[in-house]
Structure formats: structure tokens, C-alpha cells
Design a protein around this ligand. Structure first.
Ligand code: EPZ
Length: 431
């Protein structure tokens, strides 16, 4: 089993670069399935979720060509199947975007129900199904397989989402890009990766307006041809390193970010006594004074992101007084709290709220990541703690963070990867 070993208590100093956004990449790669030509995608993060998706596309007949470390040409012009490999699909959540892409392109799709991070609650796709049904698809879910069929392709429709869903907004945008007529998505999610996907599709020839607002209008086009696109920086990766500096102390220049996307996170860290200086495409994070308590509720963008909830809760374990963190997006995302308790934290979870009594310090312990962001939170705890922390389950972390141990080491952290033979890591070469 692969583990991270951290000798904590060292403040972080220096500069790091942020990679391309995971949640944009995992939408843009399936979107390439709809393009009749070569898509050159730049700033792809080197993470296992991206590798899994590229593997799925390759198995479907896509031609992939590496241009450089972060740039890939994807050519799906010869794909002739509406069926995606079930085994790989079950590995990641974002594989459900293949449903929208295949429905848009072929008018039918047969894909496995998505897997992905399990933070303890249910992750329904009823809003995706509701939207595709309104667009004329007959959708059935049987034995873990989603089968969607249309007569002669999807037709535009007006769809009101009952919950603000990132996944449903993206999936319906994909299907609508090549549908007949106009689709309007109301109560749409506004996350930066939704805007990024719309920009990608538009640069390939789609006609999408309003992404980033709650009403998105998509005029279906007959064909999308190839083009170039560069993925935005990862807001959550940047937020995670901001939280790491807040937890461990120090001063770090975080480069290649869009400060506007980080406003929700920066605002809360400032309330906690952390200095944040916004520059044009980088930020400085500095913490050299005691942390102050605060109260946070996660919400869809532009609110405080749920994908930063475990990391910020971990930092609040070290703030004087009582803080509260309320999860406003998912039913249950506090599984990591039991692991933090092993390090001396005091967190009580009452429904969707964590009540955090600050402690002067955490102590290193053997702990286990249960999902991607929980894993990132445990790394922050290890960096801030006195003594040695050993983290298992790091394959979750590597799904979404590119070279996390190297980036942290470059900031002076004492963090090492211990490889053990029996870990089922994704070593296969994709292209
Ligand atoms: C995306 O998940 C992200 N994943 C998640 O990030 C993130 O936590 C989430 O959006 C919210 O920001 C990817 O982009 C791959 P949702 P998604 O549909 O699309 C309910 C990470 O750590 N809902 O916006 O699956 C749902 O139960 C990951 O990077 C329905 O009820 O999330 C939840 O309460 C983890 N019916 C809320 O909406 C539906 O059909 C938001 O879910 C769909 C969702």
C-alpha cells in the first residue's frame, strides 16, 4: 500500500504553480467525443482521473497524441460506438459526462453508472435523467448501466434544475450542443469549470451563452470541428495550498491562479487572520499569527466551495475558540473527522454542521484518507501537526492533485511517498 509520511511542524516557504483544473478537464475530455476533428487541449493536469478518462476515450477509438507534458491532441472523428467500457467508467464520477457527449453525437448512449469519491452520502443523477428525458431521450437504469435512446437525436427543451447541480448542468450542456433547436437550462450551476466547458465547446463551434449565470442558452449546431483550448487553473488545488499555509504557517507565492475564482476561500482565510495578497495571476498567502475562529457554510459557486470543506475544517481545528462549518451541498461529507480525532482534534458533527473546538496543536498519527478532499485535509493536518503522520489511501489524493508531495517538498515540507508493492496504482501508459 502506498503511503505519505509527513514529519510536521515546518512552516511552508517559497512558490508553487497550480495545475489545470481537474473538474474542468474531466468535462472537456468527454466533450472532445463530440468534436469531428482534432482538439488540442493544453494545461491538462497529470492526475489519475484524467488518465482514466483518456483510457476510456482510447478504448472507444479516439486517437491521442502527446504534444508536450501538458498538451494533448484528441481526435474522435472516427469514433463509431455509443458504448463505453463499463469497468473503467465505474472508477470515476465524471464518466457520466460520456452520457451527454454520446447522446449529443449519436442520439444514444450505453454507459455504466458513475463511480467516484464516496464521502458517505448518495450521489443521485435524477436531474441529468430529467433533462435528457425532456430532450426526447428514453433513459433506463438497469443493473448499474444507464441506457439512453432517442429517435433521431436530442431535441432542444427548457429544463429547470430542481437542485443546482454541476454535473447535470455540464451533462445537459454537452447533449444540447449538438441537439436540434434551442435548450435553456434554468437554475444552472455557475462554477468556473462550467464556464470553461462552455468556452471549450464554443471554441470548437458550439453556440452557448450565459454560462456562469443561472440561465444557460444553447443553440444546437450540426457539427463541431477541431481547435485549440487551454484549461483554467484549478481553484481547489490552489485553495488546498492556501489552507496548507494557513495550517502550517509560512509565506508562499501561489502562481498560475485566477484570484477571482478564489474569492470565497480568500475571504474566509482573511477572517481567520491569514494575509492574502491578490496579484494579477498569482496570490501571496502568509500566516505568522494565531488563527482566529470563524463560521462557514458551503454553497454552490460563488459561495464557499464544498470541495474545500475538509481542508478548511482541518485548519479551524487550530483556531482559538469554537468554529462551525456547515455543509450546504452534500448530505454527508464529514467522514474524515474520525481520522482528525486521532490527531487530537475536537470536532462534533451534528447533522450537516461540524462544531470545532480549537486546540493549540495536533499530533502526528497513522490515518487513512477516505476520499480526495478528505485526503488533502489529512495532508494539511500532517503538515501542521507535531511529529510523524502516516497517511494511507493516497490513491484518492492522486486522483485529483498533481505531484502533491513534490510541490509541498519544494516549499520545505518533510513529506515522502512510501511505495509498497501491492498497491493497485494506475501505472499503465495511456498514450
Ligand atoms: C461536482 O460533483 C464535482 N465533481 C464535485 O467535486 C463537487 O463536490 C460538486 O460538483 C459540487 O460542487 C466533478 O466536477 C467531477 P452536483 P457533482 O451534481 O456534479 C444533488 C471533488 O472533490 N444532486 O453539483 O456530482 C447532489 O446530491 C468532487 O472534486 C441531485 O440531487 O455534484 C448534491 O447534493 C467531489 N440530483 C448536489 O445536488 C442530481 O441529479 C450537488 O451535486 C445531481 C445532483
Amino acid at each position: 500500500m502506498t503511503k505519505y509520511v509527513i514529519n510536521g511542524g515546518k512552516p511552508l516557504h517559497g512558490e508553487i504553480e497550480i495545475s489545470g483544473a481537474k473538474n474542468a478537464a474531466v468535462a472537456i475530455i468527454p466533450a472532445a467525443l463530440m468534436v469531428d476533428g482534432v482538439c488540442r487541449i493544453e494545461n491538462l493536469p497529470e492526475i489519475s482521473d484524467v488518465k482514466t478518462l483518456l483510457h476510456i476515450l482510447k478504448e472507444m477509438g479516439a486517437k491521442l497524441r502527446v504534444v508536450d507534458k501538458r498538451t494533448l491532441d484528441i481526435d474522435c472523428s472516427r469514433i463509431g460506438t455509443s458504448h463505453a467500457t463499463f469497468d473503467m467508467m465505474r472508477r470515476i464520477r465524471a464518466s457520466y459526462y460520456i452520457i451527454g457527449a454520446l447522446l449529443g453525437r449519436f442520439g444514444r448512449a450505453d454507459v455504466a453508472m458513475p463511480g467516484g469519491c464516496n464521502f458517505g452520502g448518495v450521489r443521485p443523477i435524477d436531474q441529468h435523467i430529467k433533462g435528457f428525458t425532456a430532450m426526447g431521450a428514453n433513459v433506463k437504469v438497469r443493473n448499474g448501466i444507464v441506457s439512453a435512446v432517442t429517435g433521431d437525436g436530442l431535441r432542444g427543451a427548457t429544463i429547470y434544475l430542481d437542485v443546482v447541480s454541476v454535473g447535470a448542468t455540464i451533462n445537459l450542456m454537452l447533449g444540447a450542443a449538438l441537439a436540434q433547436g434551442i435548450t435553456i437550462i434554468e437554475n444552472a450551476a455557475k462554477e468556473p469549470h462550467i464556464v470553461d466547458l462552455a468556452n471549450f465547446l464554443n471554441s470548437m463551434g458550439a453556440d452557448i451563452r450565459g454560462a456562469g449565470t443561472s440561465v444557460i442558452k444553447i443553440r444546437g449546431v450540426k457539427r463541431m470541428s477541431g481547435g485549440f483550448y487551454s484549461i483554467i487553473p484549478d481553484q481547489i488545488e490552489a485553495g488546498t495550498y492556501m489552507a496548507a499555509v494557513a495550517g502550517a504557517g509560512g509565506r508562499v507565492l501561489i502562481k498560475d491562479v485566477i484570484p477571482k475564482h478564489l474569492e470565497g476561500i480568500s475571504g474566509k482565510l482573511r477572517e481567520m487572520g491569514v494575509t492574502i495578497v491578490d496579484l494579477e495571476d498569482s496570490i501571496i498567502v502568509q500566516r505568522d499569527a494565531p488563527l482566529l475562529r470563524t463560521h462557514i457554510k458551503t454553497m454552490p459557486y460563488p459561495g464557499f466551495p464544498t470541495d474545500m470543506q475538509p481542508q478548511i475544517s482541518t485548519v479551524l481545528c487550530l483556531a482559538e475558540g469554537t468554529s462551525t462549518v456547515t455543509e450546504g451541498v452534500w448530505d454527508n461529507r464529514f467522514k474524515y473527522v474520525d481520522e482528525l480525532a486521532k490527531m487530537g482534534s475536537f470536532i462534533r458533527v451534528d447533522g450537516r454542521t461540524a462544531i470545532i473546538e480549537g486546540v493549540p496543536y495536533l499530533t502526528g498519527a497513522p490515518i487513512k484518507a477516505s476520499d480526495l478532499r478528505a485526503g488533502a485535509a489529512l495532508v494539511i493536518a500532517g503538515l501542521a501537526a507535531h511529529g510523524r503522520t502516516v497517511i494511507e489511501g493516497v490513491n484518492y489524493i492522486e486522483r485529483g492533485y498533481e505531484k502533491m508531495t513534490q510541490k509541498l517538498s519544494s516549499l520545505g515540507a518533510d513529506i515522502k511517498i512510501i511505495f509498497e508493492r501491492d498497491e493497485p496504482r494506475f501505472k499503465k501508459k495511456i498514450v
